[in-house]
Design a protein around this ligand. Structure first.
Ligand SMILES: [Zn+2]
Length: 1002
């Protein structure tokens, strides 16, 4: 309930980081999900900050992880270490005690589950729909762990649907393609049953007459029979998506359309070669599961196959392919080729072979030796089909020692030329208060600095870069304010970047303060429960950055300045409106001016209660009164290092007006009355009757009442306070300004930021202020609709140029000389030390089927991006004769021309993608487009797109002519399903439990 005083920053850092490092995953343990930005800010705070640091992270805030704040449902496809961090329970509880959590967000507790070959924190449990066969309209949603068994689902259903205990039940699972399968083994895990999110589990109970409801003929549709009648083109068969498995389906379709491999399986040659003993293999299980899928796909009997067993096997052997996240079809392909190879390796006992350096021997000799050695340990259909050899040459920069090796490969990963430039979209906020923010598209050097971004904007706005400041806006606050010399690589494409125009001051002497301004709305309750002393506020709208002369940092000057800057969407009240808000005071005329001094009584009390010097500067509460000597003529800066300066001067005569009753006790009924303004629900006239205590607002808890009592004590008459009766009085009368101004930290919270030992926030760190609105005032004077408006600069209309590169360029890049990176040096046997050698790769020999992986996903230290250039690759006659080193064979040039046979496509960005594939059927020569269970005809001119990700080429000397004529497709037929129209309809129909259900016979 209450936050204890956190330990020192170094202790915090050590405690948490060692827990993160040392806590091992143990099945059943709880871990917690923490939003990454909050975590990073905390880390920065404890690593670099002191207690005054503006990097204070505030309460733990997982808002960004939730789909919405009602259901607190986790957003889909969040990525660990990118969107969130996982912390062990001990670390979470410490952080929770030290920092609290905003808005009573529920903790994101997740269990470690024990899955085959891996332990992992199950961030996304499987969410499935449950219903009874007798009432499929009544569907409930439930979550299960992959480690749960089917029995626990049955138990949950019996309970949820009040099924009589002891009833005999059967469970069926229905996937999105409406096919139903019985869950026979109730001891099987959710994972092994391939139950995944979005599926429905249907339960039926045995009728009194001993029959089962689902076996009644009118409900049954015998899918097996129907599929028996289907005689389509073998190989033209969809693959059902088992929940984020399009990456797997895409890779499978490419392999399925690789003729030598598919024929090997269709002819059952694999049966003789299954290697059950290879410790590197999967005991033949991957090969058998794969053979099963291929045989079904090429039977011609299915529109679509459910690769469930295959998926389970893959999941068993490669933990990274388990579960929920979007995966990479190329990674799966690589795993699969390796798994199939080891399962089918004809070498039963791998002998140890010592590798020899070339030592100046001719390439031919060294290459043949390397290939021979490779084949002595690796001999399978995969090696026969996919393995080639490349030559790797390393040169020591010091002694010029040349090291040559020949290494086998199973696919070529070729880089894409990376553009040196980068397109950024940013919002430019002009000084002109009436100008809406403008969205600009600018081209900047990728390796540039923030200054380059400003320069690019300068060309469009004519505002000099020195008058701009760039910030990352996140959750209505500044996540980061950039310096001009910071690298642009810190900015991700998905960040919301705002660039603010700053004013210039004529007199150069005066010091400018860069002020960060947040907007906050007070909530109707005070948030004492969290242990922080902040009253409940919520950030809203767009923050602002503005330059303010140091001398204009008084409450009054800032209020006027802010009103002026926010003019476009904050309507300034006219004096008459102000009056009607006012209570029966005599000096209303002055009130507006006094209000502009800013702070209402609750801050005063807040300040007094906490006695924080910075806050006392902001109001004229007791603590600042203590140090008051005499009024100065100039306005008191709001933000000043020196908190011993006097509080704001309220100006000529006004204060005097209000000091008419200097002996009035500070805590009169009047005071409590104004204090009530804190609670917007209970302000205004009813307070007149109150004598000593305000009535409890309906939502006031006992604790809050206690707190208010405390506050009253805090401002009870004291000699000190009585010394400044005029000030007190003046404060009390100020109320109902549009908003009040409060110093905050970067996080937009008030509870901290002023540090210990009486030091106030200094100008050396970034000052942040918030303007706080009562909800009613906000409703009246803040135009939300207008505030959210922005315009698009003409640069947004210029279409982004699509870059096209030739596949040959990528292959050349693959063979370009490069210098090894610092992290990955080479040990020079002559120098006897690590050297940053130069490295060159060359193609020596190529396989029958060449897989080319286009490295579209670029991960560097700072950036992760997907390159979406079009790679122009040929469908026929890809010729490697120019770049193959191995030449002088006795029978002339080796064959080196290839035709395209399949393409795996990736659409979308880094994280939310969809995979499909194009492939050419080996029997009829027709191209098809495979999109999970859907298969459509494809034209050759559709195949080259910027989605192409993995290319499959077949060497021409091995290609056999199609044995069947190409199907007669009309010119418009590319959208026509090539497998089956009805199965496509099933796919598209919104799957619901009530829709048509197919159940197999029992
Ligand atoms: Zn050397």
């Amino acid at each position: 309930m209450t936050a204890s005083e956190p330990p020192g920053l170094e202790t915090q850092r050590r405690d948490i980081l060692s827990l993160l490092r040392d806590t091992e995953l143990r099945a059943g343990d709880s871990w917690y999900v923490v939003e990454r930005r909050w975590y990073e800010q905390w880390k920065e705070f404890v690593e670099t900050g002191d207690q005054n640091s503006s990097s204070f992270p505030g309460q733990i805030d997982n808002t960004e992880l939730f789909e919405d704040l009602d259901s607190y449902h986790l957003k889909e496809r969040l990525v660990e270490n990118e969107d969130f961090m996982l912390v062990p329970a001990d670390a979470w509880h410490k952080l929770l005690v030290w920092y609290g959590v905003v808005d009573a967000q529920p903790p994101l507790e997740r269990k470690v589950v024990d899955l085959p070959s891996t332990l992992k924190v199950e961030v996304y449990p499987v969410e499935i729909f449950l219903c009874l066969h007798s009432n499929m309209e009544n569907v409930i949603t439930a979550q299960f762990s992959r480690a749960d068994n089917i029995q626990s689902i049955q138990r949950a259903m019996c309970e949820a649907f009040a099924v009589t205990v002891g009833s005999e039940c059967r469970l069926w699972m229905k996937s999105s393609d409406s096919s139903c399968e019985r869950l026979r083994n109730i001891h099987m895990s959710v994972l092994d049953a391939c139950l995944s999110s979005g599926m429905t589990v249907i339960m039926e109970t045995r009728n009194a007459d001993g029959t089962w409801p689902s076996s009644r003929p009118q409900i049954m549709r015998n899918s097996v029979e129907e599929q028996d009648s289907y005689r389509g083109q073998p190989g033209v068969c969809g693959l059902t998506n088992l929940g984020n498995t399009c990456f797997m389906n895409s890779a499978l379709q490419c392999l399925s359309n690789t003729p030598p491999l598919t024929e090997y399986f269709l002819q059952s040659s694999y049966l003789e070669e299954l290697n059950f003993t290879n410790p590197l293999g999967m005991k033949g299980e991957i090969a058998e599961a794969y053979a099963d899928v291929i045989k079904q796909m090429w039977s011609g009997r299915h529109y679509s196959v459910v690769p469930r067993v295959f998926k389970t096997k893959v999941g068993h052997f490669a933990s990274q392919f388990l579960g929920y996240q979007q995966h990479d079809s190329q990674e799966l392909l690589s795993f699969l080729l390796d798994g199939l190879h080891e399962d089918l390796n004809r070498v039963k006992n791998k002998e140890y072979i010592e590798l020899r350096d070339a030592d100046g021997r001719p390439d031919q000799e060294v290459a043949e030796e390397a290939w021979r050695n490779h084949r002595r340990r690796n001999d399978s259909v995969i090696v026969d089909t996919f393995h080639g050899l490349f030559k790797s040459t390393l040169v020591c920069p010091e002694c010029l020692k040349i090291s040559v090796t020949f290494d086998p490969f199973c696919y070529l990963s070729v880089p894409l030329p990376v553009s040196k430039e980068r397109v950024m979209e940013v919002f430019y906020v002009s000084l002109d208060p009436y100008a809406k923010p403008a969205q600009h598209r600018v081209v900047v050097p990728k390796a540039g600095k923030v200054f380059d971004l400003c320069s690019a904007l300068c060309e469009m706005t004519s505002i000099p870069p020195a008058q701009m400041v760039v910030a990352d806006v996140f959750n209505h606050r500044f996540y980061k304010i950039y310096n001009a010399d910071e690298s642009l690589s810190c900015i991700l494409d998905r960040d919301d970047i705002f660039v603010y125009e700053l004013s210039v001051l004529e007199e150069q002497q005066e010091e400018q303060v860069l002020l960060a301004l947040y907007l906050r709305e007070r909530s109707h309750y005070r948030d004492y429960g969290s242990g922080s002393s902040s009253y409940g506020t919520t950030l809203f709208g767009h923050p602002l950055l503005l330059n303010v002369p140091r001398s204009s940092c008084s409450q009054e000057a800032l209020y006027t300045l802010f009103l002026q800057r926010l003019r476009r969407y904050v309507r300034p009240p006219d004096p008459s409106e102000e009056l009607e808000e006012e209570e029966e005071e005599d000096d209303e005329q002055e009130l507006y001016k006094t209000q502009t001094n800013g702070i209402s009584d609750d801050e005063e009390q807040e300040g007094a209660e906490k006695a924080e010097p910075f806050q006392s500067d902001l109001c004229c509460g007791d603590s600042s009164s203590n140090s008051q000597s005499d009024d100065t003529a100039t306005a008191k800066p709001l933000l000043d290092q020196n908190n011993t300066q006097p509080p704001p001067d309220h100006g000529d005569g006004e204060t005097n007006n209000k000091s008419e009753n200097p002996t009035e006790p500070i805590c009169s009924a009047d005071t409590t009355d104004t204090a009530k303004d804190v609670n917007p629900g209970t302000h205004s006239t009813e307070g007149a009757e109150i004598s000593s205590k305000p009535p409890l607002p309906s939502n006031t808890t006992e604790e809050e009442q206690k707190e208010e009592d405390k506050q009253e004590e805090a401002c009870s008459p004291s000699p000190k306070a009585n010394e400044q009766p005029a000030k007190r009085r003046a404060c009390r009368k100020r109320r109902k300004s549009l908003f009040t101004i409060q110093a905050v930290n970067s996080n937009g919270t008030t509870e901290r930021g002023t540090g210990e030992g009486g030091s106030a926030v200094s100008f050396s760190s970034q000052p942040y202020v918030a303007i706080d609105w009562d909800p009613e005032m906000k409703k009246r004077f803040y135009n939300e609709n207008e505030a959210e408006k922005y315009v698009k600069h003409s640069s947004m209309e210029v279409p982004q140029q699509q870059t096209t590169v030739q596949l040959q360029e990528c292959i050349e890049l693959f063979t370009t000389v490069e210098t090894l990176e610092e992290e990955n040096p080479w040990y020079c046997p002559v120098c006897k030390k690590h050297q940053l050698a130069t490295k060159k790769l060359d193609l020596w020999s190529l396989p029958e089927v060449l897989i080319i992986h286009l490295k579209r996903f670029s991960y560097t230290k700072f950036t992760r991006e997907k390159l979406d250039s079009i790679v122009d690759f040929p469908l026929r006659d890809l010729d490697f004769s120019g770049c193959l080193l191995r030449k002088n064979l006795s029978n002339g040039e080796p064959p080196s021309r290839y035709d395209l046979i399949a393409v795996s496509n990736h659409y979308g960005g880094l994280r939310d993608g969809h995979y499909t594939s194009y492939a050419c059927n080996k029997d009829n020569g027709q191209w098809y487009y495979f999109d999970d269970s859907k298969v459509t005809y494809a034209r050759e001119d559709q195949i080259v797109t910027n989605a192409a990700y993995v290319l499959f080429y077949h060497r021409q000397d091995k290609i056999r002519k199609p044995t069947l004529p190409a199907p007669n497709t009309s010119p418009t037929s590319t959208t026509q399903p090539a497998n089956d129209i009805t199965s496509c309809k099933d796919e598209e129909a919104e799957p619901s439990a009530a829709s048509y259900v197919t159940m197999e016979t029992d």
